[in-house]
Design a binder for this molecule. Sequence first.
Ligand SMILES: *Cc1c(COP(=O)(O)O)cnc(C)c1O
Length: 397
Amino acid sequence: MSKLNLHDFAIMGGQAALKSKLPVGQLYWPEWDEYVAGFKGIFDRDYFTNQGPLVQELELRLQDYLGVKHVICVVNATVGLIMALEALGLKGKVVVPSFTFIASVQAITWAGLTPVFCDVDPRTHSMTVEQIEKVIDPNVSAILPVNLWGGTCLPDVLEDYARKRNISILFDSAHSFGVEYQGESVGGWGDAEVFSFHATKVFSTGEGGCIATNNDLLAKKLRNIRSSYGAGEPIEVIKTSNGRMSEAQACIGLLNLQRIDSYIQNNKKIFAKYNEIISKIKGLKIVEPSGVSHSNYQYVNLVVDEGKFGLSRDALMAVLAAENVDARRYFYPGVHNSNQYLEISKLADLRNTELLNNTLIQLPTGALVTPTLQDKICQLLIDISEFSVKLNAGRGA
Ligand SMILES: *Cc1c(COP(=O)(O)O)cnc(C)c1O
């Protein structure tokens, strides 16, 4: 039902458009029956972790799916990034985009290295060779580009650059599982790529992740750093950890992997519909995933032009939240603005990151967004745009 006057909006005291809070997504999960059967198998085997049969099978399937020689499943992507930085034997500094999730940067800190922030292209949201050139110095031993929003940062271009400079390159591909670049799945670029299987990502194991690499020695080191209970050849590494994925996680992963195409297809449909409606709303614009031949549409990213729309990004978020639409502003206020990185942030001009931090919002997508719910959200956005000036004046009044 559309809002006919200002006081119909929940933020003004009206009834919320959605009965309960709708999170931003992805939250794809196996069918209950499959899930029960899968877990029954784990209980029957009495084998719950330590590189069990399900983890081993998932690694093989992921190698096939991602088109990469080695997949090392891990407990989550943050630990995966830390392990990969350690396995690469880096020293000194690592260049990382300032426009990213805090984990990309925290992993560098955990690995005992120093992040160097790099601004991003305002159109693609990714760091480019030109931007890297502005901040790189001889103490930089690696770059850590991020494949964002179901897109890529042009991995071949950045890999070429890293090879020419003789430095390592590790991709944070947490947003880009199932994404194709120039017709091929991402996963094999650089020294390694790290994927997240968190529930908010299109391919989920609840918590989880993997490191993908074509480098045999790196894979061996990673299996030893993670610790793998006899799977693979033991070699000496300086630090070990516990980055193991459990059988429960792998079970969910194997079931979700069978359905990944339908999940991506569903995301794509939701994305297209938002695009159709939002393209007619003044001051709102959907960001198309950049640098891909096939996206996973893991996010629906919206740029809010306050001048044209009549409401700021934050005001829009507050109006939506009151209607039970839990839109997000990922990366706000920006990792470069956190206290421990303020000194480092001063060393670079991060104006595009600042701009993106303050204008982007992500709308719900994924498993929970039924066609009916999406209709409601779309109608809500239309209503908000019609009342935006009045809402802006009336909010908090
Ligand atoms: C989700 C995410 C991570 C961290 O993944 P976890 O599996 O939650 O540790 C890292 N980088 C980016 C860009 C992410 O979106």
